[in-house]
Structure formats: C-alpha cells, structure tokens
Write a new protein. Structure first.
Length: 255
C-alpha cells in the first residue's frame, strides 16, 4: 500500500532523522516536510497525506494548534512526536494515541509505523479522530493533583505535603510513602494513588514503586535493560523492565 507522509518539526535535525527512517520503508511513496505549524496546516490541506508525524512543541503554532486549525475530524492519521514531557505522554497514553519520544529510537519507530499502517489500511482513522478530540479535551482541562496527605494514626492526624515525598512503595492494599526518614502507611491501592499524583513530578518505575523524579541523583543500567535508581539520600531502587522506557526518557535531554 503506497503511503504518503508529512513530517512536521521546526528542527531540521528532527525532520532529517524521521525522513531517514521513513525512507527505509518501501511502502512509503512520498515524504513531505513542514517547518512549522502554519506550513503544516497548508500541507495537510493541499496534499492530504495518509500519515502525519506531528511535533508537539513548536513556537507560535504547536502541534495541538495544528489539529485545532484543521479540525480533529479532518485530520489524517497522526503520530505525535514529543520531547520529554510527562504530562503530554500521559495524555497520549490515556487516549490511546501513538506518540514518539525524542530522540527517536528506531525500534520504537518501526513498531509505531507498523501500527499506523495497520490503522490506515483498516480504515479506522475515524476512531483516531475521536481519540484526538478526547486528547485535546484532556490537554485543555488538565486535572488537579493531590497536594497534601492526611495520615491518621491512633488519635492524631499528620499532614504531609506531597512534594515532600521521596518515593512510594506498594504493600498489598496499602502504600508506604517515604518522606525523608519518616514512613507513613495509607490504605489505598498503588494504581489509585498513582492517578492522584502529578506525572510531571512522580514516575512509576516498577509495578510496586513510584519515585519523585526530583529526588533521583543517578541512574545505572544493568544487563537486563533495567535500571538501578539512586536517590539523593542514598536509597537505591530497582526498576521493572516494562517501565524502562520511562526512565530512558529521563536521560535524554529535550534538545
């Protein structure tokens, strides 16, 4: 199936990298480029590409503004491209949309392109439009996150600022929250607690561990593709393999 594509990125190196990856796929018949949001809008309207790789962070008119200008219902299939931005990534995941994280890893690109081609050949782009609309609503109305915890013990309640937490560990239907030398126990599941935390500040690194990103001092990879995380107070935590991609995002500067 011949595939026409459009790369939208204000950085020449970003466009060049995607062009190189796309050129290796024999089904890609045309690759156009746009240097900013305005060029992207014009190119989409003019050539109606099958697939758009759309950079999120661009000056003046960003990727979301491009979608709003075209209209989500009229957008071709789209893969969002973003630098490290936990909020944006969470928004894409919640709305089941494809995204690529800069710098782009070839293995992830190949999988993403394969999914996009499958979606296009199955003619389910309309579903993507609904997902994009949901994404824009998520971005426009960001949820508020937990600021303070009320920890009850016997006849007293201690208040703990969430920003003071170093890391959180699951303990069956409880979580242990670690703040300095003090540990508190809360009756809440890990998944529920994670949803209440700001993803710009907290990152899940294991099915039973969440860490305050600002407390990370060092990451060290091991032979299995996992990481040992050392916090500023010397605490060492082990990541889970399925969460390694999130940690790799931390070690890549967004420029």
């Amino acid at each position: 199936m011949p595939l026409t594509t459009l790369i939208v990125d204000d950085e020449p190196l970003g466009r060049e990298g995607l062009r190189l990856l796309l050129s290796r796929d024999p089904e890609v018949s045309a690759i156009r480029e746009a240097r900013d949001g305005r060029e992207a809008v014009a190119a989409i309207r003019e050539c109606d590409p099958d697939l758009v790789f759309l950079d999120v962070q661009m000056p003046e008119m960003d990727g979301f503004a491009v979608v709003q200008n075209i209209g989500a219902e009229d957008m071709p299939a789209v893969v969002f491209v973003t630098a490290h931005d936990q909020y944006a990534i969470r928004a894409f995941e919640i709305n089941a949309l494809d995204y690529l994280l800069k710098p782009i890893i070839e293995e992830r690109f190949v999988k993403t392109l394969a999914r996009a081609k499958s979606r296009i050949s199955s003619n389910v782009v309309a579903d993507s439009s609904r997902q994009i609309i949901s994404l824009l609503e998520t971005i426009a109305s960001p949820r508020s996150y937990l600021k303070r915890l009320a920890v009850r013990s016997a006849d007293k309640t201690v208040f703990v600022d969430v920003e003071d937490l170093d890391w959180i560990e699951a303990a069956e239907n409880y979580v242990e929250v670690h703040a300095g030398r003090v540990t508190h126990l809360l009756h809440v599941t890990m998944n529920t607690f994670e949803k209440s935390l700001d993803p710009e500040i907290f990152l899940r690194i294991h099915r039973s561990i969440i860490v305050n990103v600002g407390r990370i001092q060092k990451l060290q990879s091991d032979a299995h593709g996992e990481y040992v995380i050392t916090l500023r107070d010397g605490v060492r935590l082990q990541s889970g393999r399925t969460y390694s991609g999130r940690l790799r995002a931390l070690i890549n500067n967004p420029f």
